[in-house]
Design a protein around this ligand. Structure first.
Ligand SMILES: NC(=O)c1ccc[n+]([C@@H]2O[C@H](COP(=O)([O-])OP(=O)(O)OC[C@H]3O[C@@H](n4cnc5c(N)ncnc54)[C@H](O)[C@@H]3O)[C@@H](O)[C@H]2O)c1
Ligand SMILES: O=C(O)CCC(=O)CC(=O)O
Length: 390
């Protein structure tokens, strides 16, 4: 009999299909916020009037704004954002942008709560993975009191996770910090706001959501509840992404993609550990700066093939949800990636054969390489997998 447990950290509300300015105002009222700090996408701030609309609507409750968080969240940028929030005496953080902005918000929460002003002060808080056993050491610390509302503009889904990644600029490794209270209190899906998101980013992060659903579903550590939502995510996402690609003005398709992503996140939300597509992807992102969604497009079909011998029955159900139970899941996912015109090989995302040994070594430092359904016996098995998508 399958055994396990299911719990989710304290997110209070998810709003969908509503204008973000209205919802953020309502939520600021509900939470009694007086000093609202906006941590926002640079392009949304400088190339659209969306952030200005919110600033104006907040009036005297607007405390400060920071818009210089590069992709993959380098910690020096987090420290600068935290300094601005601290000086403004922020009592609520509102993040508006992609996963990098969302996760930067979680890291800023930590910095405010624990007085972090220097790079080496992150060290005691990060998750540590033993590269041989895969055992994860998760430090226990006081949770933040200044929390976050997330308004995501991509489909990468980090707003449903209590961990926030950030990049150690010296080791060039993506590291995670986790606390149940770091999850946003509120998430706001506003399909109209996503019209500003570059199409390639929207579609590639949509593939990341597919990856979340797949790796949650066949994880040995999943749950029956997650299975249901993950399969439904895979029924919804491919069509919604293809429709957005055909017509970028299709707001219903954007709303459906957000719904599919939300469904894909039940595993991440309930702390189901992901598999090697995520584990290897974190290295491609953290060490080689490959965009998050592109990591999935390169790794997921190869990891599905590697995992086939131990997940055959589950892959049949994945294929069924993706529309054709008779086909290989890896082939269906690869076709979707091609149809969305996303990069599908390592050389297309700037990673060369000479890099593979380093990717394999660093991948074994990631906790999710170790929670893959099929164990990697050594670094060479990861190198072989990378060779298959060189
Ligand atoms: N904690 C989690 O569970 C979790 C889950 C998913 C992703 N993440 C993190 O999020 C990051 C990836 O996020 P992402 O793939 O959503 O993209 P991103 O936030 O990294 O954005 C990618 C690039 O697109 C730019 N951009 C331009 N216009 C934009 C717009 N309108 N909205 C958003 N970005 C715009 C950004 O400035 C950035 O340079 C990674 O660092 C990843 O680790 C974390
Ligand atoms: O907790 C982490 O390691 C970051 C989570 C993350 O980036 C999720 C993902 O890989 O999509």
């Amino acid at each position: 009999m399958r055994q396990g447990s299911f719990s989710i950290p304290p997110m209070e509300r998810v709003f969908f299909g509503r204008p973000f300015v209205d919802v953020v105002l309502e939520e600021a009222d509900r939470l009694g916020a007086k000093r609202v700090f906006l941590l926002v996408s640079n392009t949304l701030n400088n190339k659209t009037g969306e952030i200005r609309k919110l600033q104006d609507a907040l009036g005297s409750r607007f405390a400060a704004l920071y818009d210089d968080i590069p992709a993959h969240i380098p910690r020096d940028a987090v420290l600068r954002a935290a300094a601005v929030a601290r000086a403004a005496e922020a009592d609520l953080i509102v993040t508006i942008g992609g996963g990098s902005i969302t996760d930067a918000g979680k890291n800023v929460q930590l910095c405010l709560e624990h007085g972090i002003t220097e790079l080496d002060q992150f060290e005691p808080f990060r998750l540590k993975t033993d590269p041989v056993t895969g055992v994860v050491e998760a430090p226990v610390f006081r949770g933040p009191t200044v929390r976050q509302i997330a308004v995501p503009t991509t489909l990468s889904g980090g707003e449903f996770h209590q961990s926030g990644g950030s990049n150690d600029p010296v080791k060039k490794l993506k590291q995670s910090i986790r606390h149940p209270l770091m999850i946003p209190r509120t998430v706001v899906f506003d399909p109209a706001l996503t019209m500003h998101t570059p199409l390639g980013l929207w579609l590639s992060t949509g593939m990341r959501a597919v990856d979340h659903a797949v790796e949650s579903f066949y994880s040995p550590y999943g749950s029956p509840f997650v299975d249901g939502t993950a399969l439904q995510a895979l029924r919804v996402l491919p069509g919604a992404l293809k429709r957005t690609k055909r017509d970028t003005d299709d707001l219903e398709a954007r709303a459906d993609a957000q719904t599919g992503m939300w469904l894909s996140q039940m595993g991440m939300w309930s702390l189901v550990p992901m598999g090697a597509s995520h584990g290897i992807g974190h290295v491609l992102a953290g060490t080689f700066h490959v965009p998050h969604g592109h990591c999935t497009c390169v790794t997921l079909p190869a990891v599905l093939r590697f995992n086939k011998p131990v997940t055959e029955a589950k892959q049949k159900l994945l294929s069924e949800a993706l529309g054709d139970a008779r086909r290989e899941t890896a082939d269906l996912v690869a076709e979707l990636i091609d149809e969305l015109e996303m990069p599908n090989r390592l050389n297309k995302v700037g990673v060369q054969r000479s890099d593979f040994a380093l990717v394999a070594r660093n991948a074994l430092l990631d906790r999710w390489t170790h929670s893959n359904p099929r164990r990697f016996k050594n670094e060479q098995e990861i190198v072989d997998l990378l060779e298959s998508v060189a």
